[in-house]
Write a protein that binds this ligand. Structure first.
Ligand code: ADP
Length: 400
């Protein structure tokens, strides 16, 4: 444009005017270029600043994201049960520490839920999970890595979500407790029914056969009294067991020497009656923290058994203080216990020779009561025995 004006100016007004126009044109063009360059520079600077701000935002966002991931993992790891997030096809996308530990599988991500858990039921739970406000809950028994009963909740967050949440709760101890309780009730009713049936049949005989000889009548009556005593023993033991289980043991200062002495003297007459030699060896004092009534029960039960399962010989009761523990040992030279029975004698109602235990007034609860009380006092019980040689029970209680 400047060149055109210059050319026209040269044509009409001569060269000097044209040159002026040419110079003006060039100056304008230069100014325009400088302006454009400056504008471009400003835009670039603005964009650079924007990018910088954007980068800061991304860093912040990444920080927030990794913090959220960390919190999610912490939360998931603090859940006691196993938690998985899976693709509906079964691939494990996420899991917590409990899931790795419970299935003994250190790196389950990317593996299939079947591969990790070896459970077709869990695979099925993932495949059939549907979106629900309240998840589908079912009970599954697993055999890997050990037998366990679990409740399984599986749900999708929404119908199109490509993920399924799977939460597992181990209810094995609960089921075991229910089984123990129902076994206990069954055993207790059996124990009650046997003497009651005997009492009933003897009482019926006495009513229906008044012509029975006096001597036989007297035998039946004695037997009825014996069975009633057994029932009394059983209900006493059941009460002791239930009280030991339902209330916390007291934590009072007790001199265990006095406890042992008291139980010893209580049972001395019984031992004498069976012509057993009963000996006692105790130090001056062994203080423990505990429930005196329950501790007396421990010593009484062990001594009763020693007397009950001995025909002759000596029963030695000894109390010592060893490495911060009060150690009570009750040693008899009785019938002994065969090694295959030793692991089971502390179970409720477990008796090696049912008839013998019954004959001697046993209920099968004595040792389970002892173990329960000793463990509730923070102690432990051990047994050594040799068949036809004798038995030693040792109770360890922490000294006060
Ligand atoms: P019980 O009332 O039948 O004696 P316990 O729970 O006290 O029940 O003992 C369980 C079983 O352990 C007994 O039936 C008996 O077979 C065995 N047992 C316990 N103490 C002794 C012992 N000192 N010597 C031999 N056997 C024993």
């Amino acid at each position: 444009m400047g060149i055109l004006v210059a050319a026209v100016s040269i044509a009409f007004w001569g060269e000097p005017v044209g040159i002026v126009w040419l110079v003006l044109g060039a100056a304008c063009a230069t100014l325009a270029m400088i302006g454009a360059t400056l504008r471009l520079g400003a835009t670039a600077e603005f964009q650079r600043k924007e990018i910088k701000a954007f980068e800061v935002d991304i860093d912040l966002f990444n920080d927030l994201l990794s913090e959220a991931e960390e919190q999610l993992e912490e939360l998931a790891d603090s859940i006691p049960g196993a938690v998985f997030i899976c693709h509906p096809a079964g691939e494990v996308l996420f899991c917590n520490q409990a899931a790795k530990r419970d299935f003994n599988f250190p790196d389950p991500i990317g593996k299939s839920i079947l591969q990790v858990t070896l459970s077709v039921d869990l695979q099925e739970a993932v495949a059939t999970a549907i979106p629900r406000q309240s998840p589908q809950v079912s009970e599954v028994v697993l055999s890997h890595p050990e037998e366990r009963t679990l409740t399984v909740s599986a749900w999708r967050p929404d119908p199109i979500a490509e993920r399924v949440y799977l939460s597992l709760t181990d209810i094995t101890p609960l089921r075991r407790m229910e089984r123990v309780r129902s076994d206990f009730v069954a055993n207790a009713s059996h124990e009650l029914r046997t003497p009651m049936a005997a009492i009933r049949s003897m009482a019926e005989t006495l009513i229906e056969a008044p012509e029975l000889p006096e001597e036989q009548k007297s035998r039946y009556l004695k037997k009825i009294i014996f069975e009633v005593d057994r029932l009394t023993n059983l209900s006493d033991d059941l009460l002791v067991l239930s009280s030991a289980e339902s209330r916390h043991s007291l934590q009072e200062p007790v001199d265990f020497v006095e406890t042992v002495r008291y139980a010893f003297h209580e049972l001395e007459p019984q031992a004498k009656e069976k012509r057993l030699n009963l000996t006692l060896e105790v130090p001056d004092s062994v203080p423990v923290l505990g429930d005196d009534e329950q501790l007396v029960q421990v010593v009484l039960n062990l001594l009763t058994n020693a007397i009950r399962y001995s025909v002759e010989g000596t029963i030695a009761v000894k109390l010592e203080r060893i490495d911060g523990f009060a150690v009570l040992s009750v040693t008899d030279s009785g019938i002994g216990i065969a090694s295959e029975h030793l692991p089971r004698i502390f179970e409720r109602f477990y008796r090696i020779d049912r008839a013998r235990s019954r004959e001697t007034g046993g209920t099968g609860l004595g040792l389970s009561i002892v173990r329960h009380i000793v463990e509730a006092h923070g102690g432990r019980i051990e047994v050594d025995s040799e068949l036809n040689v004798g038995t030693t029970f040792r109770v360890f209680l922490p000294c006060a």
